[in-house]
Design a protein. Structure first.
Lengths: 249, 228
């Protein structure tokens, strides 16, 4: 069993200033998931009549992209290519002090404690992250269109982005380029995405800039911390798509 | 096309183009300077040509000055915007776990290079402008009244590297330039959308360039300092 000191960001609401608060926690099993450890803490807090720590979670199996914890200075914690919900306490040692903070970016305002508002990602997606398909009953089978294997694989890899926002949280500039580039690439690599390709990249980048994300300076932190291993190649592809679309438009 | 510089990608693209242009200039500058080590006469001839040929003086020089100023101004603009994108920082960060020191400190290394450029311009460019365009001496000679006196460029270059403090500052600045280029070279290709197997093959070359050119400049400064 492990004894830990947790330093957790507590903030009552969006307008509260917030601060880091220390919580000693004992009797933690190395086999617990990180979120289960927080569940244990919250049970203790509730037992003492204190406000539990608010944090986002849903599927708890690395698919939904809901959990968003900045743990000991890294998005989703010390392990690579997993989300916070897939992190286990065996990644820590008895006696450790663990910092737990929300994603930090002006485009991701804190709602409460460790929960941030990531609707800016939704608005970027709505600006062009889709294809228009006739769903009147005569929809063509997607598999009827031959697609080069290499492009199909790259499109699939891009589509594995779960939109968790770790790229923004990790980037020293709070840039959302990896997320947006994954959504642009996913369609840019497929024939179904070509019809709206020009408008898509222009509109999504415009929305990204309007949301107040920073500029990418190619540090590569986003790629390292992305739980789905989205490649920087997607950013280069989006840059090409954007420049080409700008020349056309 | 309109308003492309108002977009984050457009600004990245412009930053990368100015960087690539400056890297070509740096290579050209080094190629001329290294002549001073091997052949003072050739160095003098080339320096006089570069200092008097109208294409270089009136076309390329203004483009270069614009490129330098643009690169620095855009660097500050991007830094300002990036700082605005995260007003509340983290209590704890482990940035070394996911990115290189060079990539995170381009502003710092760039500022040192900017300080170096100010000294470098004062040392050479301001002097050249004064002699050529204020005094009106386009001869390039040590004694403009005596054609036998020879060109002044090599002697002026060696004179500048007598002071050990100046040589030390030059050396430190070029170390910082090397760190700047170690990230900037590949970053420029990524920004213009080039990230394929061919560009990845350039990574080795980019390291040779980023380290080799600054070390070469340091060698030139030390050579003239110790052989004066």
């Amino acid at each position: 069993m492990m004894n830990l000191t947790l330093k957790i960001w507590r903030q009552k609401n969006a307008s509260d200033k917030g601060k880091m608060v220390d919580y000693p926690l004992s009797g933690i099993s190395p086999d617990m998931s990180f979120l289960e450890m927080l569940d244990v803490l919250n049970q203790e807090l509730i037992g003492k009549g204190e406000e539990p720590v608010a944090f986002d979670h849903d599927c708890r199996e690395g698919i939904c992209g809901t959990c968003s914890l900045y743990i000991n200075g890294r998005a989703h914690g010390p392990a690579t290519k997993i989300t916070a919900c897939q992190l286990h306490m065996r990644s820590f040692k008895d006696g450790d002090t663990i910092y737990i903070e929300p994603w930090r970016a002006e485009a991701f305002p804190v709602v409460k404690d460790l929960i941030v508002d990531r609707s800016s990602f939704d608005r970027i997606q709505q600006a062009g992250g889709f294809i228009s398909v006739n769903t009147s009953g005569n929809t063509q089978d997607a598999n009827a269109i031959p697609i080069e294997k290499e492009n199909a694989d790259k499109a699939f890899d891009a589509a594995t982005c779960i939109g968790c926002g770790a790229c923004v949280a990790s980037c020293k500039n709070s840039s959302a380029m990896l997320f947006v580039s994954a959504k642009v690439s996913q369609f840019a690599l497929l024939p179904q995405g070509q019809v709206e390709a020009t408008d898509r990249v222009l509109n999504m980048v415009k929305q990204m800039d309007e949301e107040g994300f920073g500029n990418c300076t190619n540090t590569g932190a986003c790629e390292v911390e992305c739980p789905k291993g989205i490649s920087l190649e997607n950013i280069a592809r989006m840059n090409r798509e954007y420049l080409s679309a700008s020349l056309k438009g | 096309m309109s308003g492309i510089l108002n977009s984050s990608i457009g600004r990245k693209f412009a930053m990368a183009l100015s960087a690539l242009f400056l890297m070509v200039f740096l290579l050209q500058h080094f190629s001329i300077n290294i002549l001073s080590v091997f052949s003072p006469d050739t160095f003098n001839e080339v320096s006089h040509f570069m200092g008097t040929f109208w294409v270089v003086q009136y076309l390329l020089q203004p483009v270069l000055i614009f490129g330098v100023v643009f690169h620095f101004v855009m660097g500050f603009v991007l830094e300002y915007q990036n700082n605005k994108a995260r007003k509340v920082g983290y209590a704890k960060t482990s940035r070394a776990a996911n990115s290189t020191w060079m990539s995170r400190n381009m502003l710092l290394t760039g500022l040192v290079v900017l300080a170096f450029l100010a000294l470098h311009m004062y040392d050479f460019w301001v002097h050249e402008m004064q002699v050529k365009y204020i005094q009106g001496d386009m001869s390039g000679l040590i004694n403009p009244d005596n054609a036998e006196s020879g060109f002044r460029y090599y002697e002026e270059l060696r004179e500048k590297f007598v002071d050990p403090i100046r040589v030390g500052f030059y050396a430190v600045s070029f170390v910082l330039l090397a760190l700047h280029l170690l990230h900037g070279f590949n970053s420029a290709f990524q920004s213009v959308g080039a990230n394929n197997k061919y560009v990845k093959g350039l990574k080795g070359f980019s390291k040779v360039y980023a380290i080799g050119i600054p070390v070469g400049f340091i060698f030139i400064a030390l050579f003239h300092h110790f052989t004066h």
